[in-house]
Design a binder for this molecule. Structure first.
Ligand code: NAG
Length: 217
């Protein structure tokens, strides 16, 4: 038994090392270029499957505010960027990881024509089974405005809140896919993150498209 101990302990050390290694690889969220996603920097969220930007729009033709988030099927167009911040400010981090609560906030250089009395933080609208994700969250409210990012492949991610994921479902704004929180894996929205940087310095005003359509109606 005594001769076995060093071997067992060696194996435990190896296991621990492997575990730490896997944890390390899994926890840092990477952008599409393989760099860590940084707290406070601006990123475009790019849906993987259905190409096109995530754009603020009304949730239905009849209700304007708070705005929802719609996947507009226009490939190669950027939506407004977002920033991620620490949900739990007592333990601030500089890099986004898959085990921390974060807030998600749209960044826009121009004032939106509607709903400016609301914040631009993402929020779970209510406690229904598939609530809409709306814009107007309060960062101090974990249950409505804190999200997590889950790994879903190489530099591919999904957002979650509680045990559910952010997905899409066609709703009443022209039947386009809108962001919701759901248990249904078939609806999960897979995304990559592209840092706003030298290559992409200005945002086409695609967000205005959604909001202008509203004004025309
Ligand atoms: C948002 O939640 C409210 C209740 O707080 C509900 O009346 C409303 O229908 C919800 N909106 C959407 C689009 O789900």
């Amino acid at each position: 038994m005594s001769s076995l101990f060093p071997l067992v302990s060696f194996h435990i050390t190896l296991l621990l090392a492997a575990f730490v290694c896997i944890q390390g690889q899994q926890t840092t969220v990477k952008d599409v270029d393989g760099n860590p996603v940084l707290i406070g920097k601006q990123y475009f969220i790019q849906p993987v499957s259905a190409g096109g930007p995530l754009v603020p729009t009304p949730l239905s033709i009849s209700s304007f505010c708070p705005l929802g988030i719609t996947l507009i099927p226009l490939p190669f167009v950027w939506g407004p960027p977002v920033t991620f911040a620490n949900g739990w400010s007592a333990s601030p981090k500089t890099i986004v990881d898959t085990s921390s609560d974060i807030t998600i906030e749209f960044k826009s250089n121009t004032a939106w024509p509607v709903c400016n009395e609301f914040s631009k933080f993402w929020k779970v609208n209510d406690s229904s089974s598939e609530p809409a994700i709306v814009i107007g969250g309060r960062p101090s409210r974990p249950e409505e405005s804190w999200f997590r990012i889950r790994s879903a492949g190489v530099n591919i991610y999904e957002f979650s809140s509680s045990a559910k994921s952010i997905g899409t479902a066609p709703r009443s704004w022209f039947g386009l896919p809108q962001l919701i929180l759901t248990n249904d894996n078939a609806k999960t929205l897979f995304v990559t993150f592209k840092k706003l940087g030298d290559a992409i310095t200005s945002t086409p005003r695609i967000e205005k498209l959604g909001l202008r359509t509203l004004a025309v109606n």
